[in-house]
Ligand binder design. Structure first.
Ligand SMILES: Cc1cc2nc3c(=O)[nH]c(=O)nc-3n(C[C@H](O)[C@H](O)[C@H](O)COP(=O)(O)OP(=O)(O)OC[C@H]3O[C@@H](n4cnc5c(N)ncnc54)[C@H](O)[C@@H]3O)c2cc1C
Length: 439
């Protein structure tokens, strides 16, 4: 796998994401019948996940482009998939303890490197599971940072229900290698395969399903596949100690005005599109992103994943710097909050503004960032994208009630969706008890 095939695989700039979207639009009518096929080059799916995850391109922009070309009924499966990410994020926003518990479990196992569990896990992660197709997927993930959705489901199921290994360790392997690693989609999909997300429902991999959906190039070596013979796998019985009770969600209040002086914009991996939406009219003195190699190494992120992170941040900065007409700095640091304080001080900032991060590593670091800035007399202000503000609260129960209500919103605002992305992005706020376009 060469560097150029990897770039072809996952867009790492907004331009690449747009051009990938244009290519996908042509093939979209085939999506609902072909999307489950696992073939080399993954021609039947978009591979836009990393671009959407880092917000090189917005969910609203993707859906707007799709609905400008096709009626919803013809592409609803694709639109539905895009909304799965929003659903997972919204669900986790109100249950951040699920993310914290998962990270705690990962730390627990990492402190036990010589346990029998870790030894068995390491063999699988080293591509020696004894099931050739699983080893092929392991190697594909390591080499490209991508796996097809079906392969992710089979691999996670194999790890949990066949190898009987802790789901959190498998999720951590994905999180360290997937270029689209998303705290919500990854953690909650793993919990779903494990049978924890929808109690009583586990996902069991079956040889017949693998043989049906994999292209012949994936099936040259079938050794070990008998371990997944239909009816062979028994679901692992896992107990969930995580409290799933939702907490109240308080998004930051909408920014009525943007400071026009001594203001800096912070670009972080949860949103690399500062020049679109509520922050687009800002007049920042400086825009900065922070690349924390030492932290990423401690988390065990793969070289490809770190390289991708650097690329998406650099792309976001270049665009922001051009749009706002100010410098854009990629600051390499071992300590985000200290460097944030130093940057704010060196630029004489009074306010640092950013889009609100989702539950995950960036949000985990917010209290320290806020404290460090406060010590310099600098205020941190966050803007919640209207898409999130409007759709996250709908992720209360299962996906399908969410999807029904989300469709109503999409239908109701179709003209805005198709005609004016900026207006859609500014979006609809429920703050005043009725739907309005927020300023
Ligand atoms: C165990 C497991 C772990 C996963 N971990 C991640 C992860 O860390 N990050 C991540 O982005 N996705 C994750 N997914 C979801 C899904 O596999 C990927 O989003 C999808 O395979 C990305 O490929 P694509 O862009 O070609 O998808 P397409 O089929 O082209 O779908 C279009 C878009 O819809 C969204 N999407 C599609 N399927 C899902 C889904 N099941 N959940 C959420 N969003 C979806 C993505 O943004 C994707 O780009 C995981 C799924 C499983 C089963």
């Amino acid at each position: 796998m060469t560097a150029s095939t990897i770039t072809e695989g996952m867009p790492s700039s907004r331009d690449e994401a747009w051009s990938r979207l244009q290519t996908c639009l042509q093939k979209l009518p085939l999506y609902h019948t072909k999307r489950n096929r696992v073939s080399s080059g993954h021609p039947y799916v978009s591979r836009l996940s990393s671009a959407i995850r880092y917000r090189l391109i917005l969910e609203s922009e993707v859906i707007q482009s799709v609905l400008a070309k096709y009626p919803l009924a013809k592409v609803d499966k694709f639109v539905q998939e895009v909304l799965w990410r929003t659903y997972w994020r919204g669900w986790l926003e109100r249950r951040p303890q699920v993310w914290q518990d998962y990270r705690r479990q990962v730390r627990f196992w990492r402190k036990r490197p010589s346990s029998e569990t870790m030894a068995r896990g390491k063999a699988i992660l080293g591509g020696k599971s004894g099931v050739a197709i699983m080893d092929r997927f392991t190697n594909e993930l390591r080499q490209t940072g991508y796996l097809h959705n079906h392969a992710r489901m089979w691999w996670a199921s194999f790890w949990i229900h066949e190898a009987r290994l802790p789901w959190a360790l498998g999720a951590d392997f994905f999180f360290r290698h997937l270029l689209d690693a998303d705290p919500a989609s990854n953690t909650l999909s793993w919990r779903w395969v494990a049978g924890l997300q929808t109690p009583g429902k586990t996902y069991l991999a079956r040889a017949s399903n693998i043989l049906r959906y994999c292209g012949p190039e994936y099936l040259t070596d079938r050794s070990g596949l008998d371990r997944l013979q239909d009816g062979h796998l028994e679901p692992a019985t896992l107990s969930d100690e995580t409290n799933l009770q939702p907490i109240a969600w308080h998004p930051p209040s909408p920014l009525s005005t943007l400071p026009q002086e001594k203001c800096g914009l912070w670009l972080h991996p949860d949103d690399c599109l500062l020049e679109q939406g509520a922050l687009s009219s800002g007049k920042p003195t400086s825009v900065a992103a922070f690349y924390c190699e030492a932290v990423y190494l401690r988390m065990g992120l793969s070289p490809l994943r770190r390289q991708h992170l650097r690329s998406v941040l650099s792309d976001g900065l270049a665009r922001a710097s051009h749009h706002f007409g100010c410098e854009g700095k990629l600051i390499e640091t071992d300590n985000l909050e200290v460097s944030m304080g130093t940057w704010a001080q060196s630029k004489g900032l009074r306010t640092v503004i950013s889009y609100a991060p989702a539950v995950g590593p960036v949000k985990d670091g917010l209290p320290n960032v806020e404290r460090s800035l406060a010590r310099q007399g600098v205020q941190l202000r966050l803007a919640q994208r209207s898409w999130d503000r409007q759709l996250f609260p709908l992720a209360m129960k299962g996906f399908f009630p969410f999807w029904r209500r989300a469709q109503d919103i999409l239908k109701q605002h179709l003209p805005a969706l198709i005609g004016d992305s900026q207006q859609m992005e500014l979006g609809i706020s429920e703050d005043q008890g009725h739907m309005i376009f927020s300023p």
